[in-house]
Design a protein around this ligand. Sequence first.
Ligand code: TXA
Ligand code: MG
Length: 325
Amino acid sequence: MTEILAADAAGIARAAALLRAGRLVAFGTETVYGLGADATDARAVASVFEAKGRPRFNPLICHYADADAAFAHVEASDAARLLAERFWPGPLTLVLPRRAACPVAPLAGAGLDTLAVRVPAHPVARALLRAVDRPVAAPSANRSGQVSPTTAAHVLAGLGGRIAAVLDSGPCAVGVESSVLDLTGPRPFLLRPGGVSRETLEAAVGPVGLGITPAAEQSGGLRSPGLLVSHYAPSLPVRLDAAKVAGDEALLAFGPPLPGAGAVFQLSAARDTTEAAANLFSALRALDAQGTALGLRGIAAMPVPNEGLGLAINDRLQRAAAPRH
Ligand code: TXA
Ligand code: MG
């Protein structure tokens, strides 16, 4: 049985006690729900991979209550401090060199000499992290390869019965995962576009490299081992850049919907990429369920511009549409 905990003082205390005892607890952040484990407990970390069915080589993000706690475990460059000052707490993950004395279990970082650290903004997540008083490793709380959860109900649909508890803090405001920025090279490199747009990052630190396209990954150019091409996949096939839609397809609409679809989910009638990001994963889940129930053959996605959070949306849609493996 998975306990469903309310996001009040008692629920947060219970969630923290379970985490400190090596159990798995899903919790809401401003981006998506994370599947938390005490990052210093190798057994707890191993059970995250097991619950998700996640390949072992995929490193996890460590979550901290504040920047001081994070920078005690990794070496912060000037750029890292500037970005932390500007964007933490918030949807930005920084990849930095681990300190020699870093107590995070090597498995959490998949054996790499770098560590991905993040200070989430959601007040319930921050209260939980303060109460746990240890780094919390937390991938998105979905089965590996499936759509990330943005509500407690999504978490239970995938992981109910496999984890100790879910701390229900309501729907996630941002709706796509954090931006993952690698600061270990000569210039910042965006490994995963996410909740802080590339434009916003560049305004703070100058040019940011980007190399997360499926093509780059296939040619071996990808630096983040966890960014599998096929990911975020609903069970129905996804077709990108739809200019027309058939009656036996479900439509992921962005702006005025194309006519004739068998089912429609509107990401943002006003074509606002931030609103669309917040709706994206719920939309994919809803269209998948509806389309399957109606016997539709796939999901057609209308084009979304690459500006603002559109880059993160298109990254997720390309993965959802990629050949499955
Ligand atoms: O918004 C988020 O980031 C959510 C919430 C729960 O915080 N978490 C999340 O975690 O999306 P996950 O595990 O699903 O994605 C982590 C990404 C993966 O693509 C992984 O490969 C990359 O970060 N990553 C983690 N550690 C890394 C490292 N040391 N070097 C390069 N990439 C790393
Ligand atoms: Mg994930």
